[in-house]
Design a protein around this ligand. Structure first.
Ligand SMILES: [Zn+2]
Length: 310
């Protein structure tokens, strides 16, 4: 166990545990992403705040090049079920109708809000932001850390969907955005769940962290640490999957995930490895350059953080 060498990007504790390194790289056909993988280190878990983080992380310049090389239709998926959970949280918890979506892309989620909502967005992709703007969404900036003068203490809800895993220090981003939340306002964070049992046991080979643009991996213990140290109230929590494709696919995804984990962690290193490699299923597993994308596993979570009223 490596401890005491790698500082946590969120709480600065120096006591972290190594979870190992993986050569898996999703989207490996893209040269900019391969370059990112080469600049990225292994995974660590902070013993203090429980954040899972990459160390070292690739430099900003390389991250920007990788984002720019991604097709503009990335992250475009059919209306997912967890959007309903976000809308319910906004309706039942937000003290006013002003909603800011950080990383709003084309404004697809904001479009699904009731007509009396006042919609604002932040989006780094200029083309997608242009589409959001043409849909009547007021665009306020390009980056989650942008200053938003005139909007202090104004939003009833701020949404961060599939954003927190791309930042170096999620707590710093939440702290920054909190200034723009009205008293009693709600910050809705949706991201991968580092505490899902399959993810926990599979790291560093779990698919979610095979994207080198995912710099950190959050879980409910990290959110509880954050709520305690930064005075948020956790009002609601959700566990979900990004693409539930029925029970059959769910069972298949679980079986594939467990097989890969067992192969990578134990069987592939055991005295049986040579014999097992001759089996077609195992040979395929052994030759994998990127992990199976287990989209139907409930490995994402959402949390509603409420800012105190005084
Ligand atoms: Zn930490």
């Amino acid at each position: 166990m490596d401890t005491g060498t790698t500082a946590c990007p969120s709480c600065a504790s120096r006591s972290s545990r190594s979870l190992g390194e993986s050569s898996f790289c999703e989207w490996a056909e893209n040269a900019e992403v391969v370059a990112l993988r080469e600049m990225s280190g292994g995974l660590f878990e902070c013993e203090s705040c429980r954040l899972v983080f990459r160390s070292p992380m690739p430099p900003d310049e390389a991250l920007r090049a990788a984002y720019a090389a991604m097709p503009a239709d990335s992250w475009a998926y059919e209306v997912p079920g967890h959007w309903g959970w976000i809308r319910n949280c906004i309706r039942e918890l937000a003290p006013n109708k002003r909603v800011l979506d950080v990383g709003c892309f084309r404004g697809d989620f904001l479009e699904t809000l009731p007509k009396d909502s006042v919609r604002f967005g932040i989006e780094p992709n200029a083309d997608a932001g242009g589409i959001a703007s043409s849909r009547g969404i007021t665009m306020l900036g390009r980056d989650a850390m942008d200053q938003l003068p005139g909007n202090e203490e104004s939003f009833g809800a701020i949404v961060l969907m599939d954003v927190a895993e791309h930042v170096r220090d999620p707590a710093a981003v939440f702290r920054h955005l909190r200034r723009y939340l009205a008293p009693g306002g709600v910050l809705l964070v949706l991201t991968g769940n580092s505490e899902h049992w399959l993810a926990r046991r599979s790291l560093p080979f779990y698919w979610y962290m095979s994207f080198p643009i995912h710099l950190v991996y959050l879980g409910s213990r990290y959110m509880r640490w954050l709520a305690r140290t930064e005075r948020w109230t956790i009002a609601r929590e959700l566990r979900y999957t990004t693409h539930f494709r029925g029970r059959k696919n769910h069972a298949k995804d679980l079986a594939q995930g467990v097989a890969l984990m067992m192969w990578k962690r134990w069987l592939g290193k055991s005295f049986l490895a040579g014999a097992l490699r001759k089996m077609p299923g195992i040979a395929r597993l052994d030759a994998m350059k990127s992990p199976p994308l287990l989209f139907s596993v409930h490995d994402h979570f959402g949390v509603a953080l409420v800012k105190p009223r005084e």
